[in-house]
Write a protein that binds this ligand. Sequence first.
Ligand code: SF4
Ligand code: FES
Length: 378
Amino acid sequence: MVEHVPDKPFALLAELTYACPLHCPYCSNPVEMDNFRNELTTEEWQRVITEAAELGVLQLHFSGGEPLQRRDIVELVQHASNLGLYTNLITSGLGFSPRRAEELRDAGLDHIQVSIQADEQALSDRIAGTTSFERKHVAVDLVKKMGWPLTLNVVLHAQNIDRMDKILEMAAAMDANRIELANTQYYGWAGKNRTELLPTRDQLDRAEIAVRDAQAKFGDRMEIIYVIPDYYSKFPKPCMDGWARRQFTVIPNGDALPCPTAHDVADSVGIPHANVRENSLGWIWESSPLFQQFRGQDWMPDPCRSCDRREIDFGGCRCQALALTGDAARTDPVCHLSPDHGLVEAAVTAANDPTRPHNAPMIPRPNPSRIRSPLTLE
Ligand code: SF4
Ligand code: FES
């Protein structure tokens, strides 16, 4: 294989723990979470953050699971801040107490993104699998009170997308600066619940109208980011902005991956996992086999190999190609030019079947007590 000399990575997603008080059925965390209990220690994360800064990373996104479940989140933010990194906390809002908020502000946390499930309590709590709606509102108020800009993130699916107008009204009432409306990506637990989660074409049409109306109504007051689900697109998304091209992820056990769900890709092609306990981030980024595997264009099959869009979407998503075809090296089946596109069409046809039950029960992400480590809160 040709070794590509990569550009510097721009961003690191630090998935500190898979522990989480919520049980969202669209979670992209691995289905086999028990394999990742051996979480990095505070000192190990601090070394990772230092190496990331040395490698050129400018943005550090703390995520999980729920990053506030880690006892050392303030220390880690402080460490990143001392190195001049832009720090972002991606949280459910649970565990964001006034004391923690003050500590995080004093540690230099730059930005917070709070996930929202729906605009009404019963639906929100049902999707989250736990009572959390009120606590999210308290957390959001605290974010504003402490002076951070507020970004909300809503994962959209068949069971909440009809509430789009109300969700946007709620976001405006919360004085959100930005709301990201992200359609579910079918990895991890979401892959298991795809039948129940995939919206219909009518739902998407209505949602787009609601977004346009809200953009006209709220203007510059609230930035609204909406991306249609790739199952309904002609072309795939440029996943991760290209494999191991601009960003990477370190997961709770220290494995470094080109994207949060690339474990399965590594296993499918028989590549060993590179772990920050044994390897420097510099070596992992530049030379580790998994990062090299789909970097650049040499790996591309037809039709991507000769396609004009190959530098725009990079052949789509490797994890999606694997999940749908069993081969991570195929063109993303979302692409209408892919020989496997029928797999996506079949899923879309099933989603639009008028006899499909609405609001069918989904498999919740499991109880986090099974994956607690000594560093996560009780
Ligand atoms: Fe993208 Fe490949 Fe489809 Fe071309 S053929 S649009 S490069 S996925
Ligand atoms: Fe892994 Fe797209 S999510 S490459």
